[in-house]
Design a protein around this ligand. Structure first.
Ligand SMILES: NC(=O)c1ccc[n+]([C@@H]2O[C@H](COP(=O)([O-])OP(=O)(O)OC[C@H]3O[C@@H](n4cnc5c(N)ncnc54)[C@H](O)[C@@H]3O)[C@@H](O)[C@H]2O)c1
Length: 386
C-alpha cells in the first residue's frame, strides 16, 4: 500500500512510519515541525533530545535499505496538501498532523484560535484533496476519547440509535468535550461524516485514549530512531509526569480528587490499531468510528501504579493532590464501549508495573535533563477574579 502519514515527525507519526515501512509498504510523511516550534514557545522540551526527522529517515534508510519519502509543509496550506496528494497518490492516509494538547488550547484566545484553525482547516484540506485526487483512498483520522467527555451514560462507538417521540434514527453520539482542543476534534468528526455522506469518501475516525510508552520494535532498532517523551504540563500526559516526578524525588501530583477516569493504550497497540484499520478499510461513503483504547484507569490508580513501581526500584515517592487547573468531573460514571478493534484482532498490551519500571529506567538515564519548573500546571481553564 502507499501510506501517507500526516504529522510524521510526531510522537505517534514517526513510529507509525517505521512500522509500515518495515512491513514493505511505500511510506511518505508530512510535517511542518509545528510541534517543535510550539515546544520552544511554551518551554516544553521532550526529556530525551530528538534527532531531526531528516536524520531519523537517513538512519532508517542506512539500517533497512527502505526509503521514507518526506514532504515538509503546512496542512493548512491548501495547495501544498493538494500537491502532496497528486504527487504521492496514497491508498491510505493516517492523519496525526494536529495540535494535540488540551492545555495548549486553553492558554488563551490566540492559542485556542491557532489550535482550531490548524486542526479544522488542515483536516478540511485533506478531505478536499482526497475528493479531488484520491477518492478511493481510506482516511484514518486520529480523534480522541475526550470528544465524548464523561457523560452519565455508556459511550457507544461513534454512533447511537435514538428513539424520540415514537421515531428513531442513527445519529452521531452526543459530544461534551472539555477543551478547545477536544472541540477541534469534534468539528473534524462532523466535517468527516458530512464528507462521507456527500462525496462517498471512506473514513475511519479513531477516538483514541491516552497513549503511553516510547518503545516499539522499530524505535529500539538503533540509537536515533526514538520518539518523543514529554513530561511537562502542556504536552506531557499524567503517567509521564508521574514517572518523572518519582524519579526526580518530587511528589506525584494528581489534579483534584483524582477520580477522573480515562481510556489508555500502549503505543504498540496504537500501531496495530491503525494497521488493522488499513487492512479492513471503511466502505465507500462510510464514516466509521472506533473507540481506540484497551484499559480504563483513574488518575489515582495511575498515581498508585507509579508509586508502587517506584518503590520496587528503591524510590519512596509520595502522592500529593493539587488544585485541579481544569474544569472537569473528578468523580464520575465512565463506561465506553470498545469492541470493534478487538473484533478485528487487536491483542491488547496491558499497562503493567514492569512497563512503568522500564519507563522509569529510561527516565533515570536522562535524569539530568529534568526541568522541575515545567511539570506543575501553568494553564488554568478559568482564571478566578481576585
Ligand atoms: N498521544 C496521545 O496520547 C494521543 C491521544 C489521543 C489522540 N491523539 C491524537 O493523535 C495525533 C498524534 O498525536 P501525537 O501525540 O503524535 O502528537 P504530536 O504533536 O507528537 O504529533 C503531531 C505532529 O503533527 C505535526 N503537525 C501539526 N500541525 C501540522 C500542520 N498544520 N502541518 C503539518 N504538520 C503538522 C506536528 O509538527 C507534529 O509532528 C494528534 O492528532 C492527537 O490529537 C494523541
Amino acid at each position: 500500500m502507499r501510506v501517507l502519514i500526516l504529522g510524521g515527525d510526531g510522537y505517534l507519526g514517526w513510529p507509525t512510519a517505521m512500522y509500515f515501512s518495515r512491513k514493505g509498504h511505500e511510506v511518505a510523511v508530512v510535517d511542518n515541525f509545528n510541534k517543535r516550534k510550539w515546544e520552544a514557545e511554551v518551554d516544553a522540551s521532550p526529556l530525551i533530545p530528538l534527532p531531526s526527522l531528516q536524520e531519523r529517515i537517513r538512519i532508517w534508510k542506512r539500517l533497512t535499505g527502505k526509503k521514507i519519502q518526506m514532504f515538509v509543509g503546512d496542512l493548512v496550506h491548501e495547495r501544498f496538501v493538494a500537491r502532496v496528494f497528486e504527487n504521492f497518490k496514497p491508498d491510505a492516509i493516517i492523519h496525526y498532523g494536529e495540535q494535540p494538547s488540551a492545555p495548549f488550547s486553553m492558554i488563551g484566545n490566540e492559542r485556542a484560535v491557532e489550535t482550531q484553525v490548524n486542526n479544522v482547516v488542515g483536516n478540511l484540506n485533506v478531505i478536499f484533496s482526497m475528493k479531488r485526487s484520491s477518492p478511493n483512498a481510506h482516511l484514518i483520522k486520529l480523534g480522541t476519547m475526550g470528544e465524548y467527555g464523561t457523560p452519565n451514560i455508556d459511550i457507544e462507538e461513534g454512533w447511537i440509535t435514538i428513539r424520540h417521540k415514537g421515531r428513531k434514527d442513527r445519529l452521531l453520539f452526543p459530544k461534551k468535550p472539555g477543551s478547545f482542543y477536544h472541540l477541534s476534534k469534534v468539528h473534524d468528526s462532523a466535517n468527516l461524516e458530512f464528507a462521507c455522506r456527500i462525496w462517498n469518501l471512506r473514513v475511519t475516525d479513531l477516538n483514541q485514549g491516552v497513549v503511553y510508552g516510547i518503545e516499539t520494535e522499530e524505535t529500539q532498532m538503533a540509537p536515533g530512531l526514538q520518539t518523543s517523551f514529554h513530561y511537562d504540563d502542556i504536552f506531557g500526559t499524567a503517567l509521564n509526569r508521574f514517572c518523572v516526578q518519582a524519579v526526580a524525588g518530587l511528589p506525584i501530583t494528581p489534579y483534584g480528587k483524582g477520580g477522573q477516569k480515562r481510556g489508555f493504550l500502549n503505543i504498540v497497540d496504537t500501531l496495530r490499531c491503525v494497521e488493522l484499520a488499513t487492512q479492513n478499510p471503511a466502505k465507500k461513503g462510510e464514516f466509521r468510528v472506533f473507540n481506540q483504547f484497551t484499559e480504563v484507569f483513574s488518575v489515582n490508580e495511575l498515581a498508585e501504579i507509579v508509586r508502587d513501581a517506584a518503590k520496587k526500584m528503591g524510590i519512596d515517592a509520595k502522592v500529593k493532590h493539587v488544585k485541579n487547573p481544569r474544569k472537569e468531573a473528578e468523580d464520575h460514571y465512565y463506561k465506553p464501549v470498545h469492541k470493534e478493534l478487538l473484533k478485528l484482532g487487536l491483542k491488547p498490551h496491558k499497562l503493567s508495573e514492569v512497563l512503568v519500571e522500564s519507563m522509569m529506567a529510561k527516565i533515570i538515564e536522562h535524569k539530568d535533563n529534568i526541568e522541575d519548573e515545567i511539570i506543575m500546571p501553568r494553564v488554568v481553564w478559568e482564571k478566578k477574579k481576585t
